[in-house]
Structures are given as structure tokens and as C-alpha cells.
Ligand binder design. Structure first.
Ligand SMILES: [Zn+2]
Length: 242
């Protein structure tokens, strides 16, 4: 039997930004996003959360799935991504930074990246009520492989904070900057998460370690033909260890 392949698409902000924007690739134009969701729909795919994707690997269903992830939990998700998701009955996973809920992407300011508002708890609760999974992206968006990082605080306490504020269980973690090592994976696993996503490039399969799930980056510059190649072909898979 052919192994099931689920591309886990990695988005950040869904927003129109000027040409001069620093790190424009972190944004996707709302019209591009809507077109990408339409492409998935006409190809017979359903957009799902990371936890649905890993459950599908375990159960071996043959449904055509593409998992959709939104790192950092930008407020523009609600206005610029949610309408297209609802239109096609898609789910997704939003990765929130627990200490920075209702603030902005402060960790980026030293790199000259513009301030961009993050969702507050009522926004995140609305996501949950719309069937969107909320995952955890650490407490402070620091590199978890840095020296002197407080892993328990960034991984375990962050999970408890989101769970207490949202009254749900948090099952999936996303490594800030894609940085992780064995100690980080141990902390994530011991905290009770069931999966974790990285920035390793590839479409995911049931053979992947659930705590090192690869993803497919979608950026401002991902035109429709490239989007198709990323979802349908080995385009990303051959970049796995590059
Ligand atoms: Zn991030």
C-alpha cells in the first residue's frame, strides 16, 4: 500500500504588505491565500489541523488531507484566513505564544520586522469554537536550544497557561525558529503534547517522528504553479535535508 502523504503547510501572517516590507515572505496576500484554498478544494483535498493529520497517520485513512498551520497567532488570521477556511469547511492549527497573547511579535523587532498584532484570548476562543485547533509555540518565542533557556517554562508552563485560559487540551507544539534538540523533544513529550512541528522541509508521512514533523513553507512569493508543485510533487521532499 502506498504510504499516506500529508503536506503540513506553514503560514505566518495573512496580510497585504508593501514591497518595502522587511521579511515580506512572512506574509501571504489574502487573495493568494483564498486562491490556494480554492486550489486545494478543487483538487479534492480537505484542510485539517495537525492533530487530525497525525490521527490520520495512525488510523491509515485514505482521505486527501493538507494540514494548515499558522505560526505565532496573528490577529489577521481571523479576518484574512478564516473566511476562506469556513467557505470550504477546512480546519487548521494556530500556534499561539502563551506569554504574548494580546500583544505583538516583539521577538522580531530587533530584526527590523514590523509590529504585527497577535490574537487575544477571546479571539483564540473564537477559533476553538469554529473548529480551529490551538497549539503552543512556547511562552516567549525564544530559541529552545539557546543556553540557559528555561525549557519547563517555555514548553510545559506554556501548555498549562493556554489550557487554563482556553479551557481545552493543547496537543501540538511548534518549535520557535524551528530549533530543537533531544532535550527539547523530551520536554515536549513529557509535557503531554502528542506532536510537534519543525521547519524541516518535506511533506509529512506516517514514517515521520511525530515530534519532528516536517512542513511546507508558503510565502508571499509562492505563486500558484509553485503551490501546486509543493503540494502534489516531491518538490519539498527533496529539500528535506538541504
Ligand atoms: Zn514563530
Amino acid at each position: 500500500m502506498e504510504k499516506q502523504i500529508i503536506p503540513i503547510l506553514m503560514y505566518h501572517s495573512i496580510q497585504s504588505v508593501p514591497r518595502t516590507e522587511v521579511m515580506r515572505s512572512l506574509h501571504v496576500h489574502p487573495k493568494s491565500f483564498a486562491l490556494q484554498m480554492w486550489i486545494l478544494k478543487i483538487l479534492g483535498y480537505r484542510g485539517c489541523s495537525v492533530s487530525e493529520a497525525t490521527a490520520s497517520f495512525r488510523s491509515g485513512t485514505t482521505e486527501k488531507l493538507v494540514a494548515l498551520t499558522f505560526d505565532d497567532g496573528y490577529k489577521n488570521f481571523l479576518t484574512n484566513a478564516m473566511p476562506a477556511l469556513k467557505k470550504y469547511g477546512f480546519s487548521a492549527t494556530v500556534y499561539a505564544v502563551s506569554d504574548l497573547v494580546d500583544t505583538s511579535n516583539r521577538w522580531d523587532s530587533k530584526n527590523g520586522i514590523s509590529d504585527n498584532k497577535l490574537m487575544d484570548y477571546s479571539d483564540l476562543r473564537m477559533c476553538v469554537s469554529e473548529g480551529i485547533e490551538v497549539g503552543c509555540h512556547s511562552s516567549t518565542h525564544t530559541s529552545l536550544t539557546a543556553e540557559a533557556v528555561e525549557l519547563a517554562r517555555e514548553v510545559t508552563f506554556a501548555k498549562e497557561t493556554l489550557e487554563n485560559n482556553l479551557n481545552i487540551c493543547i496537543y501540538t507544539f511548534c518549535y520557535p525558529y524551528g530549533h530543537f534538540n533531544d532535550s527539547v523533544i523530551n520536554e515536549v513529550s513529557n509535557a503531554g503534547y502528542k506532536s510537534a512541528t519543525t521547519m524541516i522541509r518535506s511533506r509529512a508521512t506516517a514514517n515521520d517522528d511525530g515530534f519532528c514533523l516536517p512542513r511546507v513553507p508558503i510565502t508571499w512569493h509562492t505563486l500558484p504553479h509553485l503551490f501546486l508543485a509543493k503540494v502534489l510533487t516531491k518538490y519539498e521532499d527533496v529539500r528535506k535535508y538541504s
